[in-house]
Design a protein around this ligand. Structure first.
Ligand SMILES: [Zn+2]
Length: 438
């Protein structure tokens, strides 16, 4: 008797330690098994994509990746479409659509084909080292596309893809978007208006916790926009500088220092990235270089500064821009200043209740998979991205791609097991969402 109850206890302990899915449905278990059975196939695909250079400006390279990726979606019953972007000097966007039940929710998956590594970069190849693989785009964002395909194949195997409405939008210029954004992001914005949920397959957010790395949910991203401040002053001999005439450089310094002192608020950052002043200042057309001339004994006639502003909501952008204009409008004697804000901005993705509900769905998946629930990532820790363009129109969740490190540098690497973990999460999450009515 005693022996038997001990055995029962051991069996129960076994069940707890292998949550293999007590809480997962039969079809969800099939998805988990399919992702695992196809690990090598997924990695082989990813390796081929990584070995093909697709720097944003290497348009032929971006198209070559498209030609490898598109058939994988076609095999799963997706119709693919190429949206040419030569009008903004970029390759284009690949869109893959799967049409399911009329009543089911429409999912929009967002990823990108390009990388920051152009053909002249020394960083060009996939190199595996145990559970890590180095390579351009291994995580950002070819790894994201690998997660999407592994998840969709698992859904197909489990029978949950058939009725799902899924559009996968893969931009070809995420790392350096074509301008104006009104053209290069027009089609993505339109897809956002049709969709019921947007899922971004850029890297999973992982932060350091007291007991090691902690995976986080990401439901917000800040905007990214730039401003230009132009100051003119009354030029005169330096002996006259002071109360009646400070010139352009003192005025510029007053403004940016007042910005520093008066603008700070939660979730906002403001940076000055470029500055120059003197008798003449010439800003080059790309606005990343300027040339200044001047003499120490002449009061500066002109000064220019450029910087950015990152905010969590349109309200915050409006409020801070108004403060900046007010500061600019109180010039020192002998100077006049003007500030302009770029129209072409990455909009904010604020942490809405709708986005939070999507994270709650994902946490339901986490619980049922026996994984820890994810808290909300501080949006200040995440840059702007393509999902921001649909944030005004549809609920969204960021970071469904693999865990990666060193992105945008020659030490970019992807955590291989995270590709499969994320594919399982995504397959189950998408199957549950797609089965809900609109
Ligand atoms: Zn990216």
């Amino acid at each position: 008797m005693k022996y038997r109850s001990l055995f029962a206890f051991a069996a129960a302990a076994l069940l707890v330690s292998a949550p293999a899915s007590a809480a997962l449905s039969r079809s969800e278990q099939v998805m988990v098994q399919t992702v695992d059975a196809e690990q090598q196939r997924t990695l082989d695909l990813l390796q081929r994509w990584v070995d093909q250079n697709s720097g944003t400006m290497n348009k032929a390279g971006v198209e070559a990746v498209r030609d490898m990726v598109a058939p994988e979606f076609q095999k799963l019953g997706f119709k693919t479409q190429w949206i040419d972007m030569s009008a903004v000097n970029r390759a284009g966007h690949l869109v893959a659509r799967h049409t399911g039940s009329k009543r089911g929710k429409r999912l929009l998956l967002i990823a990108h084909l390009d990388t920051v590594f152009e053909p002249d970069s020394p960083f060009q190849r996939w190199q595996r080292d145990g559970d890590i693989a180095h390579g351009p785009g291994s995580g950002d964002d070819k790894g994201g596309i690998a997660v999407i395909l592994a998840a969709l194949r698992a859904m197909q195997a489990a029978g949950t893809l058939k009725n799902a409405n899924i559009t996968v939008f893969m931009t070809g210029d995420e790392e350096d978007a074509g301008r104006p954004l009104s053209i290069s992001r027009r089609d993505l914005v339109a897809e956002g208006k049709r969709a019921d949920a947007a899922l971004d397959f850029e890297d999973l957010s992982v932060v350091d916790g007291p007991n090691g790395p902690v995976e986080m949910g990401s439901i917000a991203r800040r905007s990214s926009g730039s401003w230009t401040l132009t100051v003119t002053g009354r030029s005169a001999h330096s002996a006259g500088v002071g109360a009646g005439d400070y010139g352009a450089i003192y005025e510029l310094a007053r403004i940016i220092d007042q910005f520093r002192g008066e603008l700070p608020e939660d979730k906002l950052t403001y940076n000055v990235g470029l500055i120059g002043g003197g008798q003449t200042v010439t800003l080059d057309p790309s606005k990343i270089r300027l040339e200044a001339t001047g003499k120490t004994n002449i009061i500066a006639a002109t000064a220019v500064a450029r910087g950015d502003l990152r905010a969590i909501s349109q309200d915050q952008i409006d409020r801070v821009e108004a403060k900046m204009r007010a500061i600019v409008a109180q010039p020192l004697a002998g100077a006049h200043a003007e500030i302009s804000f770029e129209d072409d901005i990455y909009p904010p993705m604020p942490p809405t209740e709708g986005n939070r509900a999507l994270l709650a769905e994902l946490n339901g998946v986490n619980r049922d998979m026996g994984l820890a629930e994810m808290g909300e990532l501080d949006p200040a820790r995440r840059g702007a991205g393509d999902i921001s363009f649909v944030a005004a129109d549809v609920n969204g969740l960021v970071g469904l791609g693999p865990a990666s490190d060193g992105s945008h540098t020659a030490s970019e690497q992807v955590d291989i097991p995270s590709i499969f973990k994320q594919a399982k999460r995504a397959a189950i999450l998408m199957s549950r969402l797609a089965a809900q009515h609109r």
